[in-house]
Design a protein around this ligand. Sequence first.
Ligand SMILES: [Zn+2]
Length: 317
Amino acid sequence: MGSHLDSVPDGGAFDGPLGVVSAFCAVDLLRSRAFEPSRPVAVACFGDEEGARFGVACAGSRLLTGALPAERGLALTDGDGVPMATAMRSAGLDPSGVGRDDEVLRMIGAFIELHVEQGRGLVDLDRPIAVGSSILAHGRWRLELAGEANHAGTTRLEDRRDPMIDLAAAVTAARSAARARGCVATVGKVAVIPNGVNAIPSAVTAWLDARGDAARAVAVDVGHAAGTAPVEESYTPDTRFDPTLVTRLARLLGDAPVLGTGAGHDAGILAAAGVPAAMLFVRNPTGVSHSPAEHAGRDDCLAGVDALAAVIADLAG
Ligand SMILES: [Zn+2]
């Protein structure tokens, strides 16, 4: 069991740490009950889950499973140009030990990741704990929109080639295509050249994040609206957690609700690598995540620890 301790810039206190802290609390709780496991129980903490430093989400678990090859991972650089290998060395770690580890993967009978819910599913259901069923398909696309730099005051509207207009079309198309196709889509990052208030841009680069079964179709729709072919930077198909494990956990936890999520997790990376994995979600009263407003109430956090302890007692009893 476990999760991660890293966060996003200006993130909250619960996404990640709640899973690691709850795992240790569950071990304490089981020890206080004199529980004797029939198999080893371990707490895992994966590195750079959010990808905030090196740009690849779930970098630690992807390196462990080989989904991110070691050479590629170690060569990734942070915003200051520091390669991951150098960062590891300066943190006292040995980069030569990075890479798919079959021995470790074979040792994991099941991986359970407890996580604060990143939505309002449990609030609407009025329940404290849910079992995760799946992670939505997720892709990132880059849109390169070309135009012609010119003066904002002297260039007639009909003479302009303004890529910002194409960006506007892309942003509204992302919303309407996502709604029509049952997905979510976001344009959250834009680079404008020359980025001057009185200059018609010569180029705009925008990034589209789309999630759901039809995420690729959404990207195609957005490309049509903006008049460019989107460049796929990454695509992860939907991940289903082990159905037997999900059913067993939901039953064990008093017919807990079973919810999917649009957020990626280390448990999903392990599941995709063939490790039986499942997740527990703890109610988040606002549903807000990746923000300092992210929260879970004390009673719900304790219910999470109880649930995790019950799951470990069942799987390792
Ligand atoms: Zn997380």
